[in-house]
Design a protein around this ligand. Structure first.
Ligand code: SDX
Length: 434
């Protein structure tokens, strides 16, 4: 046994293995703790618990480091595309030119959804939240590919992966078109992944649509920056659901549901609601900051803070810079961006935020960019899901292909009633009346 930790629970010391990762992170391996001692560990929200070993993404929250398969997010943001980054996350290596061309071709060939799927959209009210539509339609996609329902028998998992990566765009764009009463636009496969999505979102049959290359580049960046983030809430959900040998469609639908929460992927939508509130109510930024600091107000500065980053979120820095470039290109002076910048400046200078290590996260500026692109606020978390899809898929595959994978089943510490016996209702009633 290599390096060990010594634990004495009253019956003499036992030794637990210490695991060290390739970036020198260390863990006490407690996988045999209960069989050795009868004890379990208790760690609400898994703040101190590693659920798995993974080679996909590395985050150093203290140093603000994020790397996909070892490549710094800054270098991928500068040099890569979302399709290439998706390939890297899923396959573990950057593709050769041929591999990238083949991947792109497969994604294009599977960009359309089955014509019958369009009828499902007729049943949704125009007010349906697009996240409700997306999780329903991703799960429903499985009904058109029965051969992929049992992941242990899916002959071509990579085809399933490409179908999901490609078709998510049409499902998202159709959710938007449904909400504005416009006709669905078929994919145009001569366009890039992002260009094709933009035209499905904003083109109309009545006139030609030309993709703005600056908007296309900005969307590529946003999707790259959202592509993975190790064991966050939604990714852990995908892994847990997938550990039951649940198919990829249903595992991703579960991840979409987890992402919907306002403390997670729903935060980008919550940030815009908060900026609109401050703007429309003409609230002074300093006054709003004092509301956030007042525990009784129950107001959080959405888009700020992070479980892992106790320094800046590297994605927020890249998004903020790209945000300025995009709005300058589009000739937009967005008052909400000015409010966001004032909030950041005020918060970073305030001891309340400094003491709690609260910095802007990926959600703080991303919504301003989506808004500038013409994407409505309730579609922001859908955009997060499109970006995160390759990361979820990479983790699902890593879990599925790990021979040590077992169904995830945490234990608990029971704090309820001790043994008691059934009392017939007439006796219960009588007891209550005395
Ligand atoms: C994402 O995990 C990931 O990697 C997620 C993600 C990804 O890529 O998958 O990065 C995407 O989800 C980013 C986070 C988006 N959520 C928000 O922006 C919502 C606002 N932020 C928070 O609610 C909060 O910061 C969390 C949820 C992100 C993290 O919560 P933690 O780690 O559980 O921290 P906490 O709630 O225990 O807060 C610690 C303290 C508390 O104060 P005290 O009780 O100690 O006095 O900090 C305070 C909190 O009240 N606090 C905030 C705050 N976030 C934490 N106070 C005001 N505003 C905030 N935003």
């Amino acid at each position: 046994m290599g390096e060990t930790a010594v634990l004495d629970l009253g019956n003499g010391p036992i030794r637990l293995p210490i695991i060290t990762g390739t970036e020198s992170e260390r863990a006490v391996d407690v996988r045999n703790l209960r069989s050795q001692t009868g004890f379990v560990t208790l760690d609400p929200a898994y703040v101190n618990t590693a659920s798995t070993e993974s080679s996909i993404t590395f985050i150093d929250g203290e140093k603000g480091i994020l790397r996909y398969r070892g490549y710094p997010i800054e270098e991928l943001a500068e040099n890569s595309t979302f399709v290439e980054t998706a390939y890297l996350l899923i396959h573990g290596e950057l593709p050769t030119a041929q591999q990238l061309q083949d991947f792109r071709h497969t994604l294009s060939r599977h960009s359309m959804i089955h014509e019958d799927m369009k009828h499902f959209f007729d049943g949704f009210p125009v007010t349906a939240h697009p996240m409700a539509i997306l999780c329903a339609m991703i799960a429903t996609l499985s009904s058109f590919y029965p051969e992929a329902i049992d992941p242990t028998k899916d002959e071509d998992t990579q085809l399933t992966v490409c179908r999901l990566l490609s078709k998510v765009r049409a499902l998202a764009a159709y959710a938007y078109k449904k909400s504005i009463g416009q006709p669905f636009m078929y994919p145009r496969n001569e366009l890039s992944y992002c260009g094709n999505f933009l035209q499905m979102m904003f083109a109309v049959p009545a006139e030609p649509y030309v993709v703005d290359p600056v908007v296309e580049k900005a969307l590529n960046l946003l999707l790259i920056l959202h592509a993975d983030h190790e064991q966050n809430c939604s990714t852990s959900t995908v892994r847990l659901v997938g550990s039951a040998q649940t198919n990829l469609f249903a595992s991703l639908a579960a991840g979409i549901c987890a992402l919907w929460g306002s403390l997670h992927g729903g935060a980008n939508q919550a940030v815009l609601h908060q900026l609109h509130y401050i703007h429309d109510q003409k609230i002074d930024v300093k006054k709003f900051i004092s509301m956030v600091k007042d525990k009784n107000s129950n107001v959080r500065l959405m888009g700020f803070g992070h479980r892992v980053y106790k320094n800046f979120d590297p994605r927020a820095k890249l998004i903020k810079r790209s945000c300025d470039e995009l709005l300058d290109h589009l000739g937009i002076r967005d008052p909400l961006l000015e409010i966001a910048k004032s909030l950041e400046e005020a918060a970073l200078a305030d001891q309340f935020f400094v003491d709690r290590k609260l910095y802007p996260n990926v959600d703080f500026y991303s919504g301003i960019m989506y808004r500038a692109m013409g994407i409505p606020t309730n579609m922001f978390t859908v955009m997060f899901a499109i970006g995160r899809l390759p990361g979820w898929i990479a983790h699902w595959l890593e879990m599925k292909n790990d021979p040590e994978t077992r169904i995830g089943r945490p234990r608990q510490i029971y704090t309820g009633a001790n043994l008691r016996h059934y009392v017939p209702v007439r006796e219960r009633t009588a007891a209550l009346q005395h």
